[in-house]
Design a protein around this ligand. Structure first.
Ligand code: PLP
Length: 285
């Protein structure tokens, strides 16, 4: 596999970053995951805009133009013959000579830019979409700036492990009694013709897939309520689902042991998945 590191395309076995890199020592880095379908990028502009915002929120500066980033994404897709899959991009504050809490001078320490691809043939036909996912709820113990897409993913990893130990697929995070989002996705339930999901704030990541799906839902004459909701309210919903760049729209059929509806993926969630895939394929670049 060919990867990109700081301006170079290299075989993955030759790619290196410093042990002093601040992402390695302090999780001082941000990332994006962009899906590839039929060799084309899904929602690239949305991811590029959010990346710039993450960088600016952390005073990191933007090392590459949107066009340059697009070219690197496309070049990696070409070199690795990715038909369906993902591109992972990470930008860190770079490697200062010593470990220090204080940010290094960006003039002296260049950022580290790394991209690699992961092929997932047929990812749009995921069997999980046919059975639906089961989730548990756990306390949201992440930091308070979840709107910045940092590489601090230890708590989400712990959440996935708690889900795995409980024999289910994922966890929904709950803070002060209300669902924030999933460990690596945004969370929703549907009651009647209404989709409910947490409003945007620093409490959740502003999902690129979320923005697109809510737009499609409104276009399909569904009502969208962006507000706080509890696990109990979601359990009483007709359907539930999650969204993310890598899972698109994925139905949820069980929350904390309570089955939703007949335990099968709901028709509205499946329809939104169809619309999302169809429209994103059309808009892919
Ligand atoms: N929320 C969290 C915590 C995430 O990690 C992710 C994606 O990685 C999302 C939501 C979904 O965001 P997107 O649709 O942009 O992939």
């Amino acid at each position: 596999r060919t990867v990109y590191v700081n301006g170079e395309y290299l075989p993955e076995t030759e790619a290196k970053v410093s042990i002093f890199d601040r992402a390695f020592l302090m999780a001082d880095g941000v990332y994006e995951v962009t899906s590839v379908l039929d060799g084309k990028l899904i929602d690239f502009d949305g991811h590029a805009v959010r990346l710039e915002r993450s960088l600016l929120e952390l005073d990191m500066g933007v090392p590459l133009s949107r066009d340059a980033l697009l070219e690197i994404h496309r070049e990696l897709v070409r070199r690795n013959d990715v038909v369906d899959g993902m591109i992972y991009l990470q930008i860190t504050r770079g490697a200062a000579a010593d470990r220090d809490f204080v940010f290094p001078d960006p003039e002296e320490v260049p950022q580290t830019v790394v991209l690699f691809t992961q092929s997932k043939p047929g990812m749009a036909d995921s069997p999980a979409a046919k059975t639906g996912m089961r989730v548990i709820s756990i306390e949201d113990q992440r930091w308070g700036r979840r709107d910045i897409k940092t590489v601090q993913l230890l708590y989400p990893s712990m959440g996935k492990m708690m889900a795995k130990k409980a024999g289910v697929d994922d966890a929904w995070l709950v803070e002060n009694g209300y669902v924030t989002e999933g460990t690596s996705n945004n969370a929703y339930f549907i009651k009647g013709n209404t989709i409910v999901t947490r409003a945007l704030s620093s409490d959740i990541l502003h999902g690129i897939t979320r923005a697109a799906v809510l737009r499609f839902a409104r276009e399909a004459q569904m009502t969208v309520e962006e507000r706080n909701f509890t696990i109990e309210e979601a359990q009483q919903g007709d359907e539930a689902f999650i969204t993310s760049a890598s899972t698109f729209v994925m139905p949820v059929v069980e929350i904390d042991g309570v089955t939703l509806g007949d335990g099968k993926p709901g028709p509205k969630a499946l329809r939104l998945r169809e619309i999302y895939l169809e429209e994103s394929r059309k808009a892919a670049i």
